[in-house]
Design a protein. Structure first.
Length: 687
């Protein structure tokens, strides 16, 4: 057994962090002494400490490390035009116990590790002290249930990233330097024990309050932890509990599903109209990290800053300037090509409700270079459109030739304007400007995924690489108070019942019941289809709530490019997304399975489930752990993440993260600092 320390954290530091309210973030605490630790020997002190327990949920969405550890380096996302944390995506030589490369924004492994243990000490304090000071049995039961849940959740975060970790179950009151590092098996058992304790103590009230921890949350995460134990990453120790784990996980999923309906429409989850509004109170949302802007620090530091990381650059386009609705383009994450291939773009509404493909002009007087478009630009007019077409459809679009007839294709990421694109008029056979379907006015900035270059189908490297790609919208926030504000106040979903269905589907697969697996998947896919009468071109994402009086004006546009991309007639028919069996998988899944070379029924079905998790949970901070636990990270990242393939450094040792060097350097053994050899023996293999 190895030993490791949590050396920098004192009891007082935990107290400072934990007594903040739910609306404040433990990720952004200032070092101010507000009260003594004796306050925690009182009922009010423990109550205040317990109120702050859910703040730890922000660990998955906090700062730069939220996306770096959970979305980068997968089949879904790669480095955008800002490469601050490129090492987490490429798995290059900079990804070490002390990360190097990138920029001053680079994420160090110590940051989430430290935050997790700060939270754990808070949870330990509540668990230890609450029985001593609280007299009301119902209150004590609830608070202990919440504390055990959050401790199980925090250790689960650590296990999924680092494997075996130090297990600390008592509050720290003095400086401590030596801790036993448990195995993955022991650490995961602690997760399961804590979540079981929470499940036994918590209830599901009739009226749910967003951000509160209830029995359904414990059931969902306990099922997820049991599934984790039966995933490939735990295959060396989990066989003995397989039947029990899977049976229990399925029962827990069924229980949650019985309590909580899916939202009627997938877009309901992302249609933010006001903070703490209807979309944040949907029964589908089992648990969410709470944010608002009522107590924000400088530039909204305590808000949800994932609203800036997925946005591609748009202010370089003709007729655009950065605005509240468009968002501040940190451009950290770019969609991989897999993102466009994994969806049925005609029948599955989720792509069009997850990605922004149109924006309105908000600075029509702006021009670039010698460009001269004979159109009277106006605020609110369609100004930017991404067209998600196929290679077979490339000839529908071509680059406008230069005056001498030649075609110039700019270098991706060069910062210049992309070439102007024209569309084929099927009636005349001539290429004409791409027109806005609502107004008939030419659209100044059009980026098809594929277009013709000198008669050849060609992937557009400028449109979907470099600076530009359709922005994932699940964190966009039009209620931010300033154009350059780097964080917002919308909640971040930690668990929702659509994932519960997909957990159950995977459990069924691992029980050998593939028809039963389809039963759960089809519940989610049925919601994903278009309903009779639905406007497939309608678009909302939460930025439509930007103030109408904002300056600059809003670039929100209430339509998507569904019809321009698919090139089909307008329809309001329903679509059927259900799948009956492995022999009748959708074409997009068959293509992905073929690329990955899967042939067995189990591997093909697991691939389908992972694809479905992409379609449903895109960007929701679960992808890296999904691929690492199933042992599919290496194959999928090489196949679909061009940055990983280019560097060619990823291997199975990357299924665990490097233990922070700061902990190794300050760990003692037998009353003395560890030697270099002892530090290396404690480190995860390969680092």
């Amino acid at each position: 057994m190895n030993k490791i320390n949590i050396w920098i954290i004192t009891f007082a530091a935990f107290v400072i962090s934990a007594v903040s309210s739910c609306s404040e973030s433990f990720l952004d605490e200032t070092k101010e002494w507000k009260m003594s630790s004796q306050y925690l020997d009182t009922p009010d002190g423990i109550r205040e400490l317990a109120v702050g327990l859910p703040s730890a949920l922000r660990l998955t969405h906090g700062g730069e490390f939220g996306y770096a550890l959970l979305n980068y380096g997968t089949d879904e996302f790669q480095t955008g035009s800002d490469a601050s944390n490129i090492m987490w995506n490429e798995y290059n030589g900079g990804l070490q116990p002390v990360v190097t490369g990138g920029s001053t924004n680079r994420v160090q492994p110590a940051t989430p590790w430290d935050y997790a243990y700060v939270s754990i000490n808070t949870q330990n304090t509540v668990i230890a002290k609450a029985p001593e000071v609280l007299q009301d049995e119902a209150e004590l039961r609830t608070i202990l249930g919440e504390a055990h849940f959050m401790r199980g959740w925090s250790y689960f975060y650590l296990v999924q990233q680092w494997g075996g970790v130090p297990i600390k179950l008592n509050p720290s009151v003095t400086l401590e330097r030596e801790f036993v590092r448990a195995s993955r098996e022991e650490s995961l058992q602690q997760v399961i024990d804590d979540l079981q304790e929470a499940y036994d103590k918590l209830d599901n009230p009739a009226n749910i309050i967003p951000g509160k921890i209830y029995k359904d949350a414990a059931a969902h995460f306990l099922a997820k932890a049991l599934l984790y134990r039966q995933s490939e990453i735990c295959s060396d120790f989990s066989a003995g509990t397989k039947n029990e784990d899977l049976s229990k996980a399925l029962a827990l999923c069924d229980e949650v599903i019985a309590h909580r309906p899916l939202a009627p429409n997938f877009v309901d989850l992302w249609d933010l109209k006001e903070y703490n509004g209807d979309n944040e109170k949907l029964p589908e949302v089992i648990l969410s990290a709470q944010y608002d802007l009522s107590t924000k620090g400088a530039n909204g530091q305590q808000g949800n800053n994932q609203c800036v990381h997925f946005i591609s650059v748009y202010r370089q386009w003709t007729g655009f300037v950065r605005d509240i609705a468009g968002g501040r383009e940190f451009a950290r994450l770019k969609n991989t090509d897999y993102v466009y291939n994994v969806y049925d773009l005609v029948n599955d509404s989720r792509f069009w409700k997850t990605f922004r493909t149109k924006q309105a002009l908000n600075n029509p007087g702006q021009k670039y270079g010698d460009e001269n478009v004979n159109v009277n630009f106006a605020i609110g007019q369609l100004g930017l459109m991404y067209i998600i077409n196929s290679r077979a459809d490339a000839n529908r679009f071509q680059i406008e030739p230069n005056a001498d007839g030649t075609v110039t294709v700019p270098v991706p990421g060069s910062g210049g304007q992309p070439p102007r694109v024209k569309a084929l008029d099927p009636g005349t056979g001539a290429y004409q400007p791409v027109l806005c379907p609502e107004t008939g006015i030419p659209v100044p900035n059009v980026l098809p995924r594929y277009r013709s270059v000198e008669g050849r189908p060609d992937f557009d490297p400028y449109a979907f690489a470099g600076l530009h790609w359709p922005t994932m919208n699940k964190y966009l926030d039009g209620l931010r108070s300033a154009v350059d504000q780097t964080s917002g106040g919308r909640d971040a979903i930690s668990a929702r019942v659509a994932e519960t269905y997909l957990i159950a589907a995977e459990v069924k697969l691992r029980q050998g019941d593939i028809p039963g697996s389809f039963h759960y998947i089809n519940a989610v896919r049925t919601r994903a289809g278009y309903k009779t009468g639905e406007d497939r071109a309608r678009y909302v994402d939460g930025t439509q709530s930007a103030p109408s009086s904002a300056n600059p004006p809003s670039s929100f546009y209430g339509k998507n490019s569904y019809y321009e991309s698919n090139n089909i007639p307008v329809t309001t028919n329903a679509t059927d997304m259900t799948v009956s069996d492995l022999a009748n998988l959708p074409a997009e899944d068959k293509d992905i399975i073929a690329i990955l070379g899967y042939t067995s029924d189990f591997d093909r079905m697991l691939c389908f489930i992972l694809n479905e998790r992409s379609r449903e949970l895109m960007g929701e901070m679960v992808r890296w752990t999904d691929l690492s636990r199933t042992g599919t990270l290496v194959k999928r990242a090489y196949a679909f993440n061009e940055d990983v393939a280019k560097v060619s450094n990823l291997d199975n040792h990357h299924l665990m993260r490097p233990i922070p060097q700061s902990f190794l350097d300050n760990t003692w053994k037998d009353g003395r600092p560890m030697t270099a050899e002892e530090k290396q023996s404690m480190q995860n293999p390969g680092y």
